[in-house]
Design a protein around this ligand. Structure first.
Ligand code: X2X
Length: 339
């Protein structure tokens, strides 16, 4: 290739990179940026979204107006569609659990492997590990969103309408509603349960009618949604999975904001995430008492009982570790072991 055409080529490619940025800079800010949350502000993670939106509005003097759409209403309640809807421009702001997006971006659900993060000490060691989270954030960027901060959706506990669940055999024949993650389905079947996939919106009537026997969610969700009124009489606090609450902005939306506004939004998400974690942990600390007070039978497993669950899920763990991001999950395991 001649020198001149090389220069032309270089100029052309610079122009094609520079043009969209220029175009974004010329765009007026939208009157409203749409944020999807599965649950409303009466729940800790919906609250985390509300705190973020309010901080951004205050600190940008209303230049950036984030409106919360709870109930995943921007995707008609189909929470597993949030991430692809964000890519299509239907959702501008995500404040959610990556487990819901595992059909679209499997690697982002790395934190939810069974019994990977046994307690809050392990959880904190992981989310505060700067190199690990930088690697995670680059996965989020590659998937099409600018990650801002990480909160906590909470340790997920199983409840059911039939009998106490103490050991894997107790799950035999129990129909368990899980979110649209094939991994959660396999975990339940490896423990003997009968998984069925449905959105949170569909889960509640299905529990009430007895179409399903069991569900798993953080107890703060159990309390806020009054899951005890849906026939759920037995809870096992086994802390088997805890997802992050990821705050992220659709990449084209992010690129359209000034660097000064980007900084404000990032700091607002970090502040909101801290507050959200404090809220979810306060509820966690009292949840056995609060759920028992409703007349629900709560079982807190002993360490050997937890080991039995871990053994039952070991093969599923290994399979999903291999499918998600083995090297990344290996790093999480090391951080947890040292925590
Ligand atoms: O649907 C659920 O179970 C919930 C609310 O926990 C999630 O969004 C993963």
């Amino acid at each position: 290739m001649k020198r001149r055409s090389l220069i032309q080529l270089a100029t052309a490619s610079v122009a094609s990179v520079a043009l969209p940025r220029y175009a974004f800079a010329q765009n007026a800010y939208k009157a409203e940026y749409k944020m999807s949350t599965v649950v409303p502000p009466a729940f800790a993670w919906g609250k985390g979204g509300e705190i973020f939106a309010n901080l951004v509005r205050e600190r940008t003097s209303g230049r950036i107006n984030i409106k919360q759409y709870p109930g995943a209403s921007l995707v008609q309640g189909q929470q597993d569609r949030e991430f692809s809807a964000m890519r299509q421009g239907i959702i501008d702001v995500l404040c959610g659990a990556p487990i819901n997006w595992s059909g679209t971006v499997r690697e982002l659900s790395a934190f939810t492997l069974p019994f990977l993060l046994p307690d809050h000490k392990a959880y904190d060691a992981v989310i505060n590990n700067a190199p690990l989270m930088a690697e995670y954030f680059s996965m989020v960027r590659k998937a099409g969103a600018e990650p801002l901060a990480v909160g906590e959706t909470g340790y997920r506990q199983i409840s059911n309408s039939k009998h106490p669940i103490i050991k894997p055999d107790d799950l035999k024949g129990i129909k368990v509603r899980v979110v649209g993650s094939p991994m959660y389905g396999e975990i339940m079947s490896s423990m003997g349960g009968n998984p069925t996939f449905m959105s949170w919106a569909d889960a509640q009537p299905a529990l009430a009618s007895g179409a399903v026997d069991a569900q798993e969610n953080p107890l703060e969700v159990f309390l806020a949604a009054k899951v005890n009124t849906l026939g759920q009489k037995y809870v096992t606090k086994w802390n088997y999975s805890n997802d992050i609450l990821l705050y992220a902005i659709a990449a084209p939306v992010w690129a359209g904001w000034t660097p000064a506004d980007q900084k404000i939004v990032r700091e607002a998400a970090q502040d909101a995430a801290k507050q959200q974690i404090a809220i979810v942990r306060k509820l966690f600390a009292d949840d056995v008492q609060a759920v028992s007070a409703l007349g629900v039978n709560v079982h807190v497993p002993t360490p050997p009982e937890i080991e039995a669950w871990q053994t039952a899920t070991r093969r599923t763990y290994a399979r999903w570790k291999a499918q998600i991001q083995p090297a990344f999950i290996g790093k999480i395991e090391q951080i947890v072991a040292a925590s």
